[in-house]
Design a protein around this ligand. Sequence first.
Ligand SMILES: O=P(O)(O)OC[C@H]1O[C@H](O[C@H]2O[C@H](CO)[C@@H](O)[C@H](O)[C@H]2O)[C@H](O)[C@@H](O)[C@@H]1O
Ligand SMILES: [Mg+2]
Length: 252
Amino acid sequence: MTAAMPADFIDLDEVALLLDIDGTLLDFAPTPREVWVPPSLRRTLGGLLARTGGALALVSGRSLADIDLLFAPLELPAIGGHGAELRIAPGERSDPSRTPALDPMVKRKLASVAELGPGVLLEDKGYSLALHYRLAPDKADEVTARVAAICESFPDFPLEALPGKAVVEVKPAAFDKATAVAELMQLPPFAGRRPVFVGDDVTDERVFPILAPLSGTGFSVGREVDTADGSFDGPADVRAWLDRLLERQPAE
Ligand SMILES: O=P(O)(O)OC[C@H]1O[C@H](O[C@H]2O[C@H](CO)[C@@H](O)[C@H](O)[C@H]2O)[C@H](O)[C@@H](O)[C@@H]1O
Ligand SMILES: [Mg+2]
């Protein structure tokens, strides 16, 4: 891949670092629970959080509870559930009233899609539900079609079926990562900083267009995207870049 990567020196007093998790910071694993978080990544993220004055956030489709289990004992500012949850600072809670739970009837219908085969896995986040087919790739089309049909059969609930990497997620249509990043960037300590966003998925592409008006930049991972400012080959390159960002800061 030849597209530009972000510079190894970025003034951490001026930027907000916004980082997707799966496929960006972490390598993919067969199931959501099997990902590995290198201890060095926790240290680097903790260091960058301090050096940015708290302006580092994870921007993920995962729930905040899941994110916190993965990165424990580190707790970071984060957008969870594709924008369903928002935590501005470690120790704070996302306002539970910002996203109501998915209707139980919708959930039950969607859960029945897992009957398609033993490799179709359900991930319930409360406000949204994901159907994973990484272990049953032959079921991809069927899962996607069944989920789309179920969403259409509930016209009273504006739902969105979000395609991802070997997953389709159903969530309320009212928000996504872009709306949540725009919200985050209005709040201290993020407000007034230049966002630097890194993400690997089609769901992350929605964020790229909102960055330029904030004097920000966006980078894709694993593929080149026209609306991004550059790309990384894979999560290992993103992790190495974050290490260099921290190492190359002037001593405090
Ligand atoms: O927005 P992200 O932080 O990239 O999260 C997107 C989804 O990631 C997780 O699923 C993906 O990663 C799993 C572990 O590698 C993999 O098994 C699965 O096939 C991928 O789709 C997570 O489980 C979802 O909740 C996130 O929305
Ligand atoms: Mg991702």
